[in-house]
Design a protein around this ligand. Sequence first.
Ligand code: CO
Length: 211
Amino acid sequence: MRPYNKLLLDNKAWAKERIEVDPDFFNRLSALQSPEFLWIGCSDSRVPANQITGTEPGEIFVHRNIANMVIHTDTNLFSVLDYAVTHLEVKHIIVCGHYGCGGVKAAMSNHDFNQILNMWLRNIKDVYRMYQAELDEIPDEEAKFARLTELNVKEQVIHLAKTSVVQRAWKKRQAPDLHGWVYGLKDGIINPIFEMKANSVIDPLYQYDDL
Ligand code: CO
């Protein structure tokens, strides 16, 4: 059996089991999607949004990319963000990074990963530069890596607050709240590290006054 055939077999078993537990499961879900959460996480295969939060299909709208970045020129992310915030009206956006993130680690190195990855990782190097004074004070490389992972998540949450999509929703419906979390690969525990409730104060430079 080819490896991907196992996925298809397991899918059939899963669907059968769901119907046994809850006969109306697929009827209900196919009729309506109203998730409360938008998840912006790392593409890393060890950090699956639903499994680690114990949530079911229909509960979380998900976007994942390398190192859970919110980059202002990323039309993929922004389509997801706009749809989730403006149309699905999610109540919370979670940026979830993880300790041991390969993207963050790569950005800490001086290795040339070729242009496309260099472009992406450059954004994490920019976070390092913003917090260079704090990070350079940490002698232990692992601790520095963990701290940059946390600071990167914090900066991506702040990036969300800079968008007109989020600011318009804050003005119109006093939501969503923004959360920055970091998941531990070694213990499976999520560490909440930063939060911006709806209508938090942001740098006036990024504030739209005619939404
Ligand atoms: Co990662």
